[in-house]
Design a protein around this ligand. Sequence first.
Ligand SMILES: Nc1ncnc2c1ncn2[C@@H]1O[C@H](COP(=O)(O)OP(=O)(O)OP(=O)(O)O)[C@@H](O)[C@H]1O
Length: 320
Amino acid sequence: MSATEVMTGDGPGAVDRAGAVVAFTDVNKSFGAVRAVADLSLTLHPGETVALLGPNGAGKSTALDLMLGLRNADTGTVRLFGTTPAQAIAAGRVGAMLQSGGLMEEVTVKELVSLACDLHPKAYRVEDVLKGADIADIADRKVNKLSGGQEQRVRFALATAGANDLIVLDEPTVGMDVSARQAFWATMRGQVDEGRTVLFATHYLEEADAIADRVLVLHRGRLIADGTAAEIKARAGARRITFDLDGTVDEPALRALPSVVGLDVTGPTVRIRSDDADATMHSVYAAGLYPRNLEVSGLGLEQAFLAITDAASAEEAENR
Ligand SMILES: Nc1ncnc2c1ncn2[C@@H]1O[C@H](COP(=O)(O)OP(=O)(O)OP(=O)(O)O)[C@@H](O)[C@H]1O
């Protein structure tokens, strides 16, 4: 498969757009010469938990800004619930937690959350929002006295002040320690269980793997993968094969073996990424090689992510 083809799973992303929560159609957004979002089409469906991954500068924040109507697309259309982002937000259907934008400083946590509830057309009770975001114990603290992790939880409270149908989170757990992160995702699961659609951008691939039922990978503004974490791992080359060889290692010959999608040789040690480990190993033996210390293991999402983004970069360099 070419790296620039979008890997689509058979999951909900593949079905028609009727009833879509989010629909991007051929969306482009540039900043000067930089194409931050390029020909992006995607559909999110009710109840999905979707992780948005991509290296730095891939266009994640820009895509979220377009989704929330904070920026306009140069070309293409963005629809939330069949309306414009502004209409969907005005109707109280969308909650967002973004990286940018300071919080009002001289107010208490409770005052800030109360304000968010006052502004929300389908607001929850302030006490419930505080409890839901696990900040009831710091409700009377001034916002400018919070730690980074506490501030993140306040942002989460603001995103969940009312009954939203879509929650958009940009790197929500940055600055949280491990236990705060676990508590955060437990709270988030509650939102998902209530039927909300959740989209979150993250650099923590283990979070994407554990929480998302669909993973989107952006690379230089393009969508290069869309599927479950398992599908993305499988398509990036499912297996990692490691062994040692005696004598000179013939790299071109190894690279030419069937199903090899990646090769790394360090001294006598050969590391192969293969999308069919049986076929690859069969041909290793058929070539008369005697691999020692053989290990075959599955690829983690992190390795799969690196593999597909590296492949996309290599392909781009070739086409240049
Ligand atoms: N306001 C802006 N002016 C100029 N260039 C911008 C602006 N916003 C984003 N860009 C550029 O657009 C590209 C995409 O940026 P974006 O912030 O969307 O990426 P990202 O995937 O969110 O990155 P990160 O993981 O580092 O947060 C980058 O090359 C960035 O430098």
